[in-house]
Design a protein around this ligand. Structure first.
Ligand SMILES: Nc1ncnc2c1ncn2[C@@H]1O[C@H](COP(=O)(O)OP(=O)(O)OP(=O)(O)O)[C@@H](O)[C@H]1O
Ligand SMILES: O=C(O)[C@H](O)[C@@H](O)[C@H](O)[C@H](O)CO
Length: 230
């Protein structure tokens, strides 16, 4: 039986370093106090491999949260935007929303890159991908059809359109302007309850609080997955 007690960080303080996250594991009825275990250990120790997609509309914090998680879990970070075609970047830079046909090759390239890294021996990857629609998320879910050890997880960063408008407007030097935020919400299909592989994180809090919450839930999810497979 494996259970996790992670250190409860105090919101607003520096997020606990990976080493500081003390994970108490109980395996097979014997308690092992694993002081040195860390988020990194949680990311590396399981019997599964994982694709962690940090998703949501423009400006919700995908890159900020994904980089933090990848570092804490010692997993490669795949910035989804770097896989967009030049044509897609040009469209968004000119305030033109992408269409389904613009996104298919992009989504499959993200799935292929994630699987490539896992097939090379990574225990998981952390990937940013807006994945605004259910069918986009399903494109990535296909990866698990090829490998029953692979688990696909979505971390949906939930915010209002008004909040993201503010954040994108304050951001400098990014091709996705505030004028595009509304178009993201027009097509957004928030994950539904039957998408049981989705963790929804309220990002109306500070970035530090969001990162801590996301990491704690990621660690809990990986522990539960390994417990279920024992
Ligand atoms: N919880 C938060 N509180 C305050 N500011 C935040 C928070 N999360 C992200 N930000 C800020 O909002 C902006 C967008 O963050 P980030 O680039 O990580 O989002 P994104 O989803 O990757 O955006 P895009 O999809 O447009 O690339 C950045 O300036 C970031 O510092
Ligand atoms: O699906 C899309 O419309 C795009 O992926 C956008 O979401 C941007 O990539 C990102 O949000 C801004 O960088």
């Amino acid at each position: 039986m494996m259970s996790f007690d992670t250190a409860c960080a105090v919101p607003g303080q520096k997020p606990p370093s990976a080493a500081a996250l003390d994970i108490q594991t109980v395996a097979n009825g014997t308690s092992h106090n694993t002081e040195s275990h860390s988020a990194t250990a949680a990311g590396q120790a399981g019997t599964h491999t994982h694709i962690w997609l940090v998703t949501g509309p423009a400006g919700c914090g995908k890159s900020s949260v994904a980089e933090y998680l990848a570092n804490a879990l010692d997993m490669p970070y795949i910035e989804g935007d770097s896989f967009h075609s030049a044509a897609n970047i040009e469209k968004m830079s000119n305030g033109i929303p992408l269409t389904d046909s613009d996104r298919w090759d992009w989504l499959t390239s993200l799935r292929d890159e994630s699987m490539r890294l896992i097939n090379e021996g990574q225990t998981g990857v952390v990937l940013t991908c807006s994945a605004l629609k259910r069918k986009y998320r399903d494109v990535i879910r296909v990866a698990a059809y090829y490998d029953h050890h692979l688990l696909i997880h979505f971390i949906y960063l939930d915010a209002s359109e008004e909040l993201l408008l503010q954040r994108v407007a304050q951001r400098q030097g990014h091709y996705m302007g505030a004028n595009m935020v509304h178009s993201q919400f027009e097509v957004l299909e928030r994950p539904t309850k039957n998408e049981t592989d989705v963790i929804t994180v309220d990002v109306s809090r500070t970035l530090g609080e969001v990162k801590e919450d996301a990491l704690a839930r990621v660690i809990e999810t990986m522990g539960r997955a390994d417990n279920d497979s024992q």
